[in-house]
Design a binder for this molecule. Structure first.
Ligand code: GLC
Ligand code: GLC
Length: 811
């Protein structure tokens, strides 16, 4: 069942009922000011950091769901309604929500009035703009009372939701004309404030929640809206809000537009005050002036569209397959950009309080967006690398506002260092900008320890090389990619963190997965060294990689698939002899991608085992059989009920690893079958089962052991976005940037007769037409570049600005 449809021409998903199975959200903002917005106008805003600079309040886990947001109440006689249905939930005559790229448009109609609420965060500015258009389609004059309403967050959302003994007394606002200024803590150490404004004088306002809603009132029935109107309250402590009342008279056929803004301003410390106790509003006034002209909103929308045209034009596919083109050209790339902006910090599942930017997460996100904005990828790589420790290990997370490593989580996730090589390698292949390796970057955010980025990569490689266990495989530490495989934890007390309890450097527990990564990204490291003519070092690194291949093929091989790990007592994890958890997906994907066992047959056998043991109709589960009881020696993975999360859920992130692995073996039919099984556009018609947004990937779909098999959770912020884009664009469609050229090596279903990819790369545009009249699954038999035959399948970089016509014939 569907709750809407794709409008590809406008690059929108159109939701046709407010009663979606879960709130279906969008992300507005791409720089510093962000808003999460649901299809009923729920959500919240923050500046840069969802934990430390929260602008509006949001309660996760509330009932009804999605209680706070950017609400507009309309009172029309006896009827009160919201264009987005929530929170009053008055049945609408018409409803629609269009989620587009960086903007959303909600439209509701009731009793002859149509209200259109358009929201966006303009390029280059720190505000959310809402344009409300009201049209009277009835035959009589309408007198409407319109109330915009937001609930303010007192900045640090952790404190805001727990430290009430203080923060019920700190809240402060100022009201000036059509604007409400939120200035809590501005009197002391904050140099920033937020403000809500309208482009016309309101007929009333409230800034104290209890005045607007009533002490025992609720957003579903605000006292001011249902009763006597706004009271002009000024909040002192408790819960500051921004609410206004606008009285509008609309003749038949008449319409009116209002603009509401929510801005964030920083003042230099010496310019904080206009006079004692009164905020200096100069910058806020300038912001309001920028949008005073009604044409400014349209201009902001046009600029947003133009930005997305530019971003998406770096990779465009024309395959004749509507759903595939839709994923590749629009939604998968859009989600990649959102994961780049958010890492795993703020979604409707990630509260924005718990996690900052993940080291491994952000490095992997790079793989999916580096082609769109290489400049920002460069900056991100340097930020991440600065949180690396001098020994090559890394802070697992850092806060985006401070860019400092997060002490509470610390380090010891032994896959982290290698992801830095993965991300940097992707950047080099995309841009050819070797100067990044010369950039001096702090270790542990200490400028005294700064060294060139190249040295960071070297220490990443060396960290893994020098932290091997009894079998010669890399030590796992607190966990590897699988945060929940905690082999050194042994937690017996409720509430202890599985990730930070226990010795991080257990000297025994090893990861086959990191072994595969070491081969995969060790090869990339060797290529980088050779490019720099550091031959001796490259030779030595190559020997380490070769040795690891042998180790994985011996200690890491179980007979029909790759093992997962060895636990702290040296027992196999992920082998046929195990009681449960006999086979895991991660090492099969990573080891085969790395090319291990491709020539000797283990790779093919491992993928066969995946198909036989882990495949389900909704995707490939992470492991089988699921763990049915808590296992002290394995940690969090066994804490989840069977079929959920890392305990045999369909962890979407590593499905594309299998796609890449299958492509490595030339299995085009199977690679695409795995790809499409989790691709949102292909499963739109099971939205009632899947429940999360049908336009983006979710982290997890409940596996076959779960009672709710097929139900997804944790939508949006997942490495799935980057990895599926990599798998479809590079492994299946086969357009892969390498250090010295663009490799054309498609691996597609035999029945696909061809396609065209337009790829911008290092300043030139490549129009690549793949001809598969032969019906092959892989293999390019001839390649012409601008009409001239080229041996092999690597196209050298063309002059920036040029357009290159490429014809690749498969067979
Ligand atoms: C989450 C984490 C990611 C981890 C994965 C598997 O998605 O953000 O870092 O690799 O879970 O545990
Ligand atoms: C939990 C989640 C896992 C995530 C981790 C991050 O363990 O199950 O997916 O990666 O938290 O710390």
């Amino acid at each position: 069942m569907q709750y809407g449809y794709f409008d590809d021409a406008r690059r929108e998903y159109v939701i046709t009922t407010p009663r979606t199975p879960l709130p279906w959200i969008n992300y507005l903002g791409s720089e510093a000011f962000f808003t999460l917005l649901s299809n009923t106008a729920g959500g919240y805003s923050f500046y840069k950091d969802a934990r430390l600079r929260r602008i509006t309040r949001y309660r996760y886990n509330a009932s009804p769901l999605d209680g706070e947001g950017f609400r507009v109440y309309i009172r029309d006689g006896e009827t009160v309604w919201n264009p987005g249905w929530q929170p009053v939930q008055t049945e609408l005559d018409r409803y629609q929500c269009r989620h587009g790229l960086g903007y959303s448009v909600l439209e509701g109609a009731k009793n002859g009035v149509t209200a259109t609420q358009e929201l966006l965060v303009p390029n280059g500015d720190d505000c959310l703009l809402t344009r409300l258009t009201l049209r009277n389609d009835s035959s009589g004059t309408k007198r409407l009372e319109v109330f915009p309403y937001i609930e303010i967050c007192l900045w640090d959302t952790m404190d805001d939701s727990s430290n009430f003994q203080r923060n019920f007394s700190t809240g402060e606002v100022e009201v000036c004309g059509a604007a409400v200024y939120h200035k809590t803590e501005y009197r002391e150490r904050r140099d920033h404030f937020a403000f809500f404004w309208a482009d016309r004088e309101p007929d009333g306002f409230d800034t104290a929640r209890e005045a607007f809603l009533g002490v025992y009132g609720s957003p579903a029935r605000p006292r001011a809206v249902f009763g006597g109107g706004c009271t002009g309250s000024i909040a002192h402590g408790w819960q500051p809000v921004a609410a206004q009342q606008h009285t509008l008279l609309l003749p038949p056929g008449g319409s009116v537009r209002l603009l509401f803004g929510l801005g964030y301003i920083e003042n230099p410390r010496e310019e904080k005050w206009e006079r004692p106790g009164v905020v200096n509003k100069t910058r806020a006034e300038a912001m309001m002036a920028r949008y005073a002209d009604p044409a400014a909103f349209d201009a902001a929308m046009d600029a947003l569209r133009a930005r997305w045209d530019g971003l998406l034009s770096a990779y465009q596919l024309c395959s004749g397959e509507e759903k595939l083109d839709r994923m590749v050209n629009i939604w998968n790339q859009y989600q990649c950009m959102v994961t780049f902006n958010m890492s795993r910090s703020a979604s409707y599942f990630e509260s924005g309080m718990g996690r900052g930017m993940g080291f491994r997460d952000s490095c992997q996100d790079l793989l999916g967006f580096v082609h769109m904005i290489p400049e920002r990828a460069r900056e991100r790589i340097l930020d991440i690398a600065a949180t690396q420790f001098p020994d090559g290990s890394a802070y697992h997370q850092y806060q985006p506002l401070t860019k400092k490593g997060n002490l509470a989580v610390g380090s010891g996730f032994n896959d982290d260092p290698l992801w830095l090589i993965a991300g940097t390698d992707a950047y080099l292949r995309e841009t050819g900008d070797w100067s990044i390796l010369d950039e001096r970057v702090d270790f542990d955010n200490d400028p005294a320890l700064a060294r060139p980025l190249l040295e960071h990569l070297r220490r990443s490689f060396d960290y893994t090389r020098t932290h091997l266990g009894p079998h010669g495989l890399p030590l796992i530490g607190r966990a590897d990619w699988n945060d929940c495989l905690n082999l050194n934890c042994f937690s017996e007390h409720p509430g202890e963190s599985f990730q930070t309890t226990g010795p991080s450097e257990g000297p025994v527990a090893e990861s086959v997965f990191i072994g595969g990564m070491f081969v995969q990204y060790g090869r990339a490291w060797v290529d980088i060294l050779r490019h720099l003519a550091l031959e001796a070092e490259a030779d030595a690194a190559q020997r380490d990689v070769d040795a690891m291949v042998q180790t994985v093929l011996s200690a890491g091989w179980d007979g029909a698939w790759f093992r997962r790990a060895y636990d702290a007592e040296g027992r196999v994890v992920g082998g046929a002899a195990c009681e449960e958890g006999q086979i895991f997906i991660e090492p099969q994907g990573m080891c085969v991608m790395a090319g291990i066992g491709v020539e000797t047959g283990e790779a093919a056998a491992a993928l066969k085992s995946v198909e036989e043991r882990l495949d389900t109709k909704y995707g490939i589960v992470l492991l089988q059989p699921a763990y049915t009881r808590y296992r002290l020696e394995l940690g969090e993975i066994s804490s989840y009920p069977p079929g959920y999360k890392e305990n045999a859920g369909i962890f979407c992130h590593n499905n594309p690893w299998i796609v890449c692995a299958e492509a490595e073996l030339g299995h085009g039919d199977r690679a695409f079958a795995v790809y499409r099984r989790t691709a949102p556009a292909y499963i739109e018609d099971i939205s009632d089962i899947h429940r999360t947004e049908p336009y983006v990937y979710s982290q997890m779909i409940a596996g076959r052991d779960a009672p709710s098999f097929g139900e997804a959770k944790n939508s949006w912020l997942t490495g799935t976005a980057a990895w599926t884009f990599l798998s479809i664009s590079q492994a299946i469609l086969g357009v892969k940037p390498e250090l010295d050229g663009l490799r054309i090596n498609p691996c597609i279903p035999g029945k696909c007769r061809g396609f065209t990819v337009t790829r911008r790369w290092r300043g030139a545009t490549y129009r690549i037409h793949v001809d598969n009249t032969a019906g092959a699954e892989h293999g390019v038999v001839s390649l012409t570049v601008d009409g001239a035959a080229v041996p092999g399948n690597l196209i050298p970089p063309a002059a920036p600005g040029s357009t290159v016509e490429v014809e690749a014939v498969m067979g």
